[in-house]
Design a protein around this ligand. Structure first.
Ligand code: 5GP
Length: 190
């Protein structure tokens, strides 16, 4: 295994990134979810320190100033998300491999900082039309947020060649199996 390994999973919203990440975390005990810092509202089913480290915008900005982040982004208007250096250290300290479920720009930043020890996987929706259908069926989008997410997705797909691996999520079980092959190869390296 390489020193300071990192697995980055990225995708446009609605491509199935979270389902694939959860599956991998359950299957491989040596992987550990990298808990991001975030300033958005905590949702009802979420736990602080498990899903995210929820914090105020002031605290987040202070951490930016203190250079505590590997990367951070304003993923949505006014909402900051970021990967803390301490979080990666915590996971490496347990001899485990952090798995980052982050947006495309953040993924590119992390990758550029750990070019030799990171594995980046881009989950691609079968088409933008299919992504629109999936987002609509979630029932959580307004017409405007749906249009915003679809536009953002098209933009993000244009970056897919930056990543080490691309998995087209046509059928979840196939995409999961593909992800397993890629992860096992990465973990056997070194
Ligand atoms: P949500 O608010 O739905 O939990 O997440 C919104 C988006 O933020 C998702 O695409 C998620 O992958 C991304 N995200 C979560 N944590 C981070 C992070 O630490 N850095 C970046 N750049 N994006 C993140």
């Amino acid at each position: 295994m390489v020193q300071h390994p990192i697995i980055i999973i990225t995708a446009p919203s609605g491509a199935g990134k979270t389902s694939i990440t959860k599956y991998l975390l359950e299957k491989y005990p040596q992987l550990s979810f990298s808990i991001s810092a975030a300033t958005r509202e905590q949702r009802a089913h979420e736990k602080n320190g498990i899903d995210y480290y929820f914090m105020s915008v002031e605290d987040f900005r202070q951490k930016i100033q203190n250079q505590e982040f590997v990367e951070w982004e304003m993923v949505y208007e006014g909402k900051y998300y970021g990967t803390l250096k301490m979080e990666l250290e915590r996971i490496w300290g347990q001899n485990r491999v952090p798995v980052l479920d982050i947006d495309v720009k953040g993924a590119i930043h992390v990758q550029s900082q750990y070019p030799d020890s990171s594995l980046s996987i881009f989950i691609e929706p079968p088409s933008v039309e299919e992504l629109r259908r999936r987002l609509m069926s979630r029932g959580t989008e307004t017409e405007q947020t749906l249009a915003d997410r679809v536009n953002k997705a098209s933009y993000e797909i244009s970056f897919k060649d930056h990543f080490d691996q691309v998995i087209v999520n046509e059928e979840l079980s196939k995409a999961q199996a593909e992800a397993c092959t890629i992860i096992e190869e990465f973990m056997a390296k070194g």
